[in-house]
Design a protein around this ligand. Structure first.
Ligand SMILES: Cc1cc2nc3c(=O)[nH]c(=O)nc-3n(C[C@H](O)[C@H](O)[C@H](O)COP(=O)(O)O)c2cc1C
Length: 475
């Protein structure tokens, strides 16, 4: 099948590169035409378009129009340009063959990976995604079980942020892991995932100052490292947006028991059949609030210096490691993140120290969110000049590193190739594509996520995204 350019535009469907394909170039009076031949029958899912628009003497180059497939496009461009220059502008036989089988640029995502105690069959990780569909008291539902079952072919599933106590809640209908009912309901979910040969970790979290008094049984104020407000709206259990309350600064004497609650939550997660836990140290939650000097003005052992501010996280890491094993513990961080008004005056110094300390503790993995995307995927806007966390911190973390944040399969594969990460977490792509793994493997088109149904609601936008096959198959 041939795709011919119209008016100098070559439409390059995403699927072209997933099968053997041939690209040829033809010149006619200074205009360069590009033809693509592929054995694929379906070419209707064009996701990017290249345009022959820049004149270079007698030659013309293709320029990238859509960043999502930049790597494949760059390779094609390179080949075209070199061939055009070699053959001269009037050589109608200029012909380039690109033999890319099975999406060669994303193949690297399909290499197995040892992540602490877990052996991942491939490197596409499902990022933690709060979906606000738990029942009363934060008990997971049958619908949630279906949602996780549908996505069980992920190399690793990380659950939505799950509250370690009533005080830890900060979102409506978010689940918990502090009662026997929670444990029993999560057990159904882990069983579903394990039956499909999947692996699942629970992300345990405390919202800290991002909570509200209404989440506390006794109506007491949310807590934080210091009495400094969260920024942005906070949602009540009835999904009403409120201005944040000024939190109560935790007493030094309270902190050991709070750390004990993290440990108990990790043990509960193991009782519920999880393969381990991820500590939510990112996105402006309590641990992040302790780390960053914009929210931590303490003068005790948990504040002041970088070592002081990191003590809360590192003590939790040590305590949880002692309880369930460091090889079943991952930590998520978001250097340069801004969510909830989080800020630090020297993120490089802070996170260099924290990452070095985590590395020494030989945790199962470090999970870094890139600052270029929206922290919780609320916009598609990219901050092109944001610091690259994988590049900044990889060299001090030789253990497994998961990178997250506005990745496409192609850009994720490129980061793996660069050695800056070992696995890629996809958020919105897993929301919209329960069978993301199969789609990437076969170079199939991806469903687009529906932002309106991200938070709260029922099956719509949760368990009704179409799949290529009716049922997920074991990875
Ligand atoms: C609906 C939604 C809910 C999210 N919930 C969480 C969460 O519970 N915990 C967390 O660490 N990150 C959460 N995130 C951030 C994602 O894990 C991920 O880092 C972010 O979406 C960027 O990845 P993406 O561009 O692949 O979507 C959420 C993102 C979205 C879109």
């Amino acid at each position: 099948m041939w795709v011919s350019p119209t008016g100098g535009t070559a439409v390059l469907p995403r699927t072209v590169w997933s099968e053997e394909s041939t690209v040829s170039v033809r010149w006619q009076t200074q205009r360069c035409f590009v033809f693509i031949r592929t054995r694929l029958a379906r070419l209707d899912n064009a996701s990017f378009a290249g345009r022959t628009r820049r004149q270079c003497g007698n030659a013309q180059t293709l320029t990238e129009e859509n960043a999502t497939s930049s790597l494949r496009f760059e390779r094609l461009t390179e080949l075209l340009i070199s061939r055009i220059f070699l053959s001269g502008p009037h050589d109608n036989n200029a012909r380039i063959s690109c033999r890319n089988r099975g999406g060669v640029r994303t193949q690297i995502l399909f290499r197995p990976l040892q992540l602490g105690a877990l052996k991942l069959p491939h490197r596409l990780v499902m990022a933690p995604l709060t979906r606000m569909r738990a029942a009363a008291e934060g008990v997971p539902t049958a619908l949630m079980a279906e949602y996780y079952r549908q996505r069980a072919t992920a190399g690793l599933t990380i659950t939505e942020g799950t509250a370690i106590s009533t005080q830890a809640h900060g979102c409506p209908s978010s689940p918990g892991i502090y009662t026997p009912e929670h444990i029993a309901a999560w057990r159904i979910i882990t069983d579903h995932v394990h039956k499909l040969n999947g692996r699942i970790l629970m992300q345990i979290q405390h919202n800290g100052r991002g909570s509200l008094a209404v989440y506390n049984a006794d109506g007491s104020l949310p807590v934080g490292p210091s009495a400094i407000r969260y920024e942005g709206k906070v949602y009540t259990p009835a999904f009403e947006p409120l201005d944040p309350e000024t939190p109560r600064a935790l007493e030094t004497s309270e902190i050991p028991s709070l750390i004990g609650i993290f440990v108990q939550a990790a043990k509960n997660a193991m009782s519920a059949g999880f393969d381990g836990v991820e500590l939510q140290g990112a996105n402006g939650h309590l641990i992040d609030q302790f780390l960053c000097d914009g929210s931590n003005k303490r003068t005790d052992a948990y504040g002041g210096t970088i070592a002081g501010r990191a003590r809360f996280l590192l003590t939790i890491v040590d305590s949880v490691s002692a309880a369930i094993g460091a090889n079943r513990l991952g930590v998520r961080l978001s250097p340069y993140g801004r969510y909830g008004g989080i800020s630090d005056t020297d993120p490089i110094a802070l996170f260099t120290y924290v990452v070095q300390e985590l590395s020494r503790r030989r945790i199962a993995y470090l999970h870094l969110i890139e600052a270029r995307g929206s922290e919780i995927g609320v916009t598609d806007e990219l901050h092109a000049n944001a610091p690259n966390n994988a590049a900044l911190f990889r060299h001090i973390f030789p253990g497994p590193l998961i990178s997250a944040g506005a990745y496409t399969p192609e850009s994720g594969a490129a980061v793996l190739e660069s050695g800056r990460a070992d696995a890629i977490a996809f958020g919105r792509l897993f929301i919209a594509n329960p069978d993301l793994v199969a789609r990437v493997r076969h170079g199939a088109a991806l469903n687009a996520p529906d932002r309106a149904t991200f938070y709260g609601g029922g099956a719509r936008g949760y368990t009704d995204y179409p799949t290529l096959r009716p049922e997920p198959v074991a990875a």
